[in-house]
Structures are given as C-alpha cells and as structure tokens.
Design a protein around this ligand. Structure first.
Ligand SMILES: Nc1ncnc2c1ncn2[C@@H]1O[C@H](COP(=O)(O)OP(=O)(O)OP(=O)(O)O)[C@@H](O)[C@H]1O
Ligand SMILES: [Mg+2]
Length: 500
C-alpha cells in the first residue's frame, strides 16, 4: 500500500456542567449526534475534579449551579490558567453575568431552553476557535524556540533569587533594564526571558548588537530614515524602535555605542519619541529597552567612555548575572540540561558523566561561563561513542584539571601555560605567545602554531588525539604541522617534544 499513514480521528470531547440530570442527558445526546464525546459534572466542584483527569476540548457551563455559581467556576478556571473554550448556559440571562462571563473570557452565551440546532453550530465554532488558538500557541512556541529562547537553568541561591527578580521585572512597567555579566553568563537568554514573560510577549523582540554596526548606519538602523535622507535612501525605512513598537528592543553590547548615539538614545528613553534620519516629525513609540554589557559600565563612565546620565537611566533596574565559577552548584543542572539537549539534537542516548569527568567539571573555573560549558559538552558528546562522557572527551583546558583564569577565553591558559613555553626538542626555541597580547602585538599564525604544538605535546605525539583536541581532521592537522615545520624528515612523523 502506498499510503500507510491513516489519519487518526480523535473525537472532540465536551464537558457538560449542569445540575439537572435531564439537561445533561439531552446535551450528551446532542454531542453524540454531532460526533463528540462528552463527560458530565453536576456542580462546580465535580467539574473541577473531572478536569484533573479529563481533557475536554470545550466546556458547557450552567450559570445557576448549587454551591458555587457557574461564574465563580469560570473565574477559578481562568485563574488556574485554563485556556479551553467555555460556553455559558442560563435560563435567565442577567446582563451583569453576561458581562462578567465575557470579561473572564467565556466564548459565548446560550439561553435556556436550549435550541439544540443552534447549540450544534455554536459548539462547532467554539471548537474551531479553540483549535486555532492551540495552533497559534504552538506556532508561538516554535517561534520562541527558534529565537533561542529556553528555560534559564539554575539551582544555586544566586540564580534562584535572580530569576525571582527577573520575573518581577518582566511583569513590571519598567521601560529600561540593564543586564550585566561576563561573556557567556546568559545575558541574551535572560533578555529573551524577560520579554517572553512580560505582557509584551506577543509583540516583537528585536535584538541588535551595538558593536557590530558602524555609527552612521546604526543611527538609521535604530531610528529609521525618510526617503532621500541620504544617497542610498531610495525609500522610507522604519527603524528598530518602530519595528519593536509595543515589544522589546534588546541593545546588546551597549558599551560600544558611539557618544552621539548615546545622546540620542537617552532622549528616546526619556521621551519615548524617535525621529527618523532626515525626518522632521517626532514619532511616539512604546518600547521596552533591555541593554546588555559584558564591560564594566560603571568603569566606562568613570573613564569617560560612557555617558553618566545614560548609565543612570539604564541602570534604574539592573540585573547582574554572576559568573559560573561563583555558582558551581549550577554545573550539574546545566550538564543535565545540555546533555538532554544534545541527546535530542544528535539523536544520542548519553546518560551522563563518569565520576572523574564530574570532578573535572566541578573543579574547573569556567572563564567562558555557561557558553564554555555548553561548548565543552557539545564537543564531548560528539567525541564520545559510549553512554558516559569521559575526561578524554573534554577540551584540554578542562581535562588538564587547571582551574582556568577568570574572564579570559579558554585557550588563553592553554597557550600561556608554563609547559607551553618550554623550548622544543626539535631545535626550535621559539617561545609560545601568551594570549594577553604583548605591546608589540602577536600574529594569529603564531597562536595557531603554538596550539598545534601544544596539542601534539599533550597527546604525546599521537596525531589522531591531537586532531581531536583541536577539533580538526587528521589531514588538517598534518597540513598545519607541515606548514609550521613540525614534521621530522619525510615520513611526516609528528614532533613529539616531550619524548625523551
Ligand atoms: N542559566 C542558563 N541556563 C541554560 N542555558 C544557559 C544559561 N546561561 C547561558 N545559557 C546558554 O549559554 C549560551 C551563552 O549564553 P548567552 O548568549 O545568553 O550569554 P551572554 O551573556 O549574552 O554572552 P556574551 O556577553 O558573549 O554575549 C547560550 O547558548 C545560552 O542559551
Ligand atoms: Mg550576548
């Protein structure tokens, strides 16, 4: 058979809440006639308990119920985050009830005695609306996932308190928020979390990196331009402030913004109006600005690189993300999360880490913070063929048990490690460059050369291992060895500096 996928028809289910047995019976019959299943409840309490086990697609809810009224039940449902479609029924529609029910989000009102013909149509419309809403929700979820938005993992006290604060900030009216923290601590992720947990979540989240764009373009990028504002401005273009209207604008690396734009930004933050380049008219915008920086902005202010007034304006609400080395309790939770993530991504079934690997991850200082941990795990999962990650799978810096240097890239320690500065046995006495670049500068090639040597030293001359350490192919390694003169004679033997 060609088409082996037979669509499975799931019959929609309706919860009927009415104290009169006869009414429930008649409604259940109508449901069956329309092809729906039904479950019944005689009062609000029973309805709430049915909902614990059943998952109906819509609810028919009588207003006049013994005990709590239908309106009260509706209120409870909505408070608990219920999103299913609710249709109210009543014999004597009171305007107040109708208004309250609709305000609470009821889909429709039907009056008793019930016109079953009409009820069939109402139910069908209600179910279609519900399905549409579910689809929109799932598409929204998809958009968020694509935007790199996922849970912020953290069990340490620092992180749990910080996340409570972040939730408050998200729900607040705050129009500017500053997020600071070292590179890789999760500033982007927290910015997205603030947006997606705020009332602005269905409006745009727009991000721009202030260091990536030259000043002249940046102004038009942020504020837009009128037609003819400059040579290339063939048509009017909206800026990001307008695009992000009613949503959130994330200004990453705010410390890199030019002085002119710092002044312009301050004005926008204070007045919530922008003016397009070449324009004469002020345009009102309603944008929450989240700024992030991995530079110490206060210091930048003291040193005169960043406007003090802008800093104060941004820092009214300030979130500081602690480096990972100050919250090592988060490492196991992050490991779980990322192993799960890469298991799904690479279709693997890695169970976790062996003991030594756990110890290494806990004792390392993570200068590149969560990003470095994430990358280390990705690499380990690609290298490991078994179900437990082992020290061999880890990048050299982590596996070597060195503690790492705060705030520097992982390769920094590798290159500047004392072992790396020993003269080579093969005659070369070139000292390896250190990553804090010397006054006179250093070349990228020298660093590459040093890393290749180091990898060979570390792997005792084993090219396969060295290539793994550098995450390159063996051919690429051989090419580099040749290029840097690390080959003995014709047979392409690796220089093995540590061999006696
Ligand atoms: N607490 C966390 N839970 C889960 N993932 C995290 C957490 N913190 C960071 N990450 C992940 O680590 C990576 C780096 O985080 P992010 O890009 O947010 O860092 P950043 O502070 O913006 O860094 P930079 O200053 O370099 O821009 C991302 O993939 C992010 O999803
Ligand atoms: Mg970032």
């Amino acid at each position: 058979m060609k088409n082996d996928k037979v669509p499975i028809m799931v019959r929609k289910k309706i919860l009927i809440v009415d104290d009169e047995k006869l009414v429930r019976w008649a409604l259940a019959r109508k449901c069956a006639e329309c092809g729906y299943q039904s479950v019944e409840a005689a009062d609000g309490e029973e309805a709430l308990s049915v909902l614990q086990n059943e998952s109906p697609d819509a609810i028919l809810l009588d207003v006049h119920l013994p005990g709590q009224s239908g309106i009260e039940v509706l209120e409870k449902l909505k408070q608990s985050g219920e999103t299913r479609t609710v249709i109210m029924m009543t014999a004597d529609p009171q305007l107040e009830d109708v208004k309250t029910a609709l305000r609470l989000g009821a889909y429709d009102f039907v009056s008793k005695p019930i016109n079953y013909e009409e009820l069939g149509v109402t139910l069908q419309n209600a179910l279609e609306a519900g399905a549409l809403r579910t689809e929109v929700e799932s598409l929204r979820g998809e958009v968020r996932r694509r935007a790199g938005y996922h849970e912020v993992i953290g069990v340490s006290r620092k992180m749990t308190e910080l996340m409570k604060f972040v939730q408050k900030v998200a729900a607040s009216e705050a129009s500017t928020i500053l997020i600071q923290g070292e590179s890789g601590t999760g500033k982007d992720l927290v910015a997205k979390t603030i947006h997606y947990q705020s009332a602005r979540k269905d409006k745009p989240f727009v991000a721009i990196n202030c260091s990536a764009i030259p000043e002249t373009l940046m102004e038009a990028e942020l504020f837009g331009h009128e037609r003819g504002a400059f040579t290339d401005a063939k048509a009017m273009k909206k800026g990001l402030f307008e695009v992000a209207d009613e949503g959130t604008l994330f200004l990453d690396e705010i410390g890199e913004l030019s002085p002119l734009l710092q002044a312009k930004l301050l004005r926008v933050l204070e007045d919530q109006v922008i003016r397009r380049v070449g324009g004469v008219r002020d345009i009102q915008v309603n944008v929450r600005v989240i700024a992030a920086s991995n530079r110490d902005l206060e210091r930048a202010v003291r040193e005169g690189h960043f406007r003090q007034d802008l800093y104060y304006r941004l820092a009214i609400i300030s979130v500081f993300l602690p480096p990972l080395r100050e919250r090592k309790e988060d490492v196991p939770a992050l490991v779980d999360f990322f192993v799960g993530h890469y298991n799904r991504k690479f279709r693997r079934n890695v169970q976790g880490l062996n003991e030594e690997t756990q110890r290494l991850l806990m004792s390392y200082n993570w200068p590149g913070n969560v990003r470095e941990l994430k990358n280390a795990l990705e690499r380990a999962m690609l290298l490991e063929e078994g179900t437990l990650l082992r020290p061999d799978d880890l990048p050299f810096a982590v596996a070597s048990g060195r503690s790492g240097t705060a705030g520097s890239a992982p390769t920094a320690m590798e290159v500047s490690s004392p072992a790396a500065q020993e003269p080579l046995e093969g005659g070369s006495t070139r000292r390896l460059p250190v990553l804090s670049i010397p006054e006179g500068g250093t070349s990228l090639e020298d660093i590459e050369h040093a890393l290749v040597e180091l990898a060979l030293r570390q792997s005792h001359g084993n090219q396969i291992k060295a290539a793994k350490l550098l995450d390159i192919s063996r051919d690429a390694l051989r090419y580099k060895m040749k290029k840097f003169g690390l080959v003995h004679g014709e047979e392409e033997q690796p220089a093995s500096p540590t061999r006696p």
